[in-house]
Design a protein around this ligand. Structure first.
Ligand SMILES: Nc1nc2c(ncn2[C@@H]2O[C@H](COP(=O)(O)OP(=O)(O)OP(=O)(O)O)[C@@H](O)[C@H]2O)c(=O)[nH]1
Length: 325
């Protein structure tokens, strides 16, 4: 490649990154207003680092949905650093706090291997969290990378779920395999696996129901689907993603915990991060459960499903740059 072309490619890439960051910054406006303004007023309002200062910080972090566990660890870490580094000024704690939050979320890099392998992705989530929309966005994302995608509408509990998924499948130009309302989800998976193999699809995305009120049945249903995939598609790379609605805050954390008990979750997708002041839940989930948040939804278009990077996320939260209108 000529030098000019390389520069052009690099410029394009850095422009993309900028656009991505700006969208994240504007998507996180409410969360930033909620957590960061609270923190900044503590940093400027206190003249010394004392118990009252830590208590106020604790309150802001808890109110920002970072969860008790992550909040405790972050503050413990901050106290240690303040002591070790003989820090006296509250304002000097800002960067230390940013670093501590990043450390809490550092559970290794999220892997996106399935995007480039022949894979089967199970997507689980309770009604209304944005599961269908997310699967549509994910299909669109993969299609834009010229991947062949098949969708399995295995949430046969509600007819509307299948219809809605069909619309997304058409939009993303992906094939949809569905079943009658009330039919056995496992048989939809069976048909979808056969279709994916026959069409040499790259990724099979499976929309499955997640009724948490009956955990035993859910577990059995998931096991049955997994057995079919293991048997019929043994070489496929496997991924199990749970979709959670960030606007529900602590409830999303609870759902993640419960799903983690019934399935081997490989990643989380947090939706509606744009409309909420509870984006701090991403910290709680990653710190507490050690499961990577792999994607976040920051709006309703296909581009608004972004890969999640903890470092970028924390930078976007604490940025002083103004979000785009
Ligand atoms: N602002 C915003 N809205 C979103 C996001 N993701 C999904 N939504 C919206 O949330 C609503 C619910 O999304 P669905 O995809 O229907 O939810 P679902 O979980 O599939 O619901 P069921 O199909 O009823 O189980 C829709 O209006 C979506 O447009 C997001 O990241 N940001």
């Amino acid at each position: 490649m000529s030098e000019e072309l390389i520069i052009e490619e690099e410029t394009k890439e850095s422009e993309e990154k900028r656009g991505f960051f700006s969208r994240l910054v504007s998507g996180l406006t409410k969360t930033r207003d909620n957590i960061i303004s609270g923190m900044d007023s503590i940093f400027s309002g206190f003249t010394k680092i004392d118990e009252a200062f830590y208590e106020e910080l604790e309150e802001v972090l808890i109110m920002g949905d970072l969860g008790v566990q992550a909040t405790d660890s972050i503050l413990e870490d901050l106290r240690e650093k303040v002591k070790a580094m003989h820090i006296k000024e509250p304002s000097e704690c800002r960067q230390l706090l940013i670093d501590s939050i990043k450390e809490q979320m550092d559970i290794g890099e999220a892997a996106y291997e399935f995007e480039d392998r022949t894979s089967v992705v199970m997507v689980i989530g309770v009604n209304g969290v944005g599961k269908t929309t997310t699967i549509g966005k994910l299909a669109g994302k993969l299609r834009s990378r010229h991947k062949k995608v098949v969708l399995a509408a295995a949430d046969t509990f509600r007819a509307a779920a299948g219809e809605q998924l069909k619309e997304w499948a058409d939009r993303a130009q992906a094939e949809l395999i569905g079943g009658q309302e009330g039919s056995d989800p496992a048989s939809v998976i069976y048909d979808a696996v056969a279709a994916a193999q026959a069409r040499h699809a790259d990724v099979l995305l499976c929309d499955t129901a997640g009724r948490l009120h009956n955990k035993k049945n859910l577990m059995e249903e998931l096991k049955k689907m997994n057995r079919i995939i293991d048997r019929e598609f043994p070489d496929a790379y496997r991924e199990t993603l749970v979709v959670l609605d960030a606007t529900t805050g602590q409830n999303a954390l609870m759902q993640a915990r419960e799903f983690n008990e019934v399935a081997d979750i490989t990643g989380i997708i947090l939706t509606k991060m744009d409309g909420t002041a509870k984006g701090g839940i991403a910290v709680a989930i990653q710190a507490e459960l050690g499961i990577p948040v792999k994607y976040i939804g920051v709006g309703e278009t296909i581009e608004d499903l972004q890969k999640f990077d903890a470092d970028t996320f924390v930078n976007a939260l604490f940025t002083t740059e103004k979000p785009e209108e």
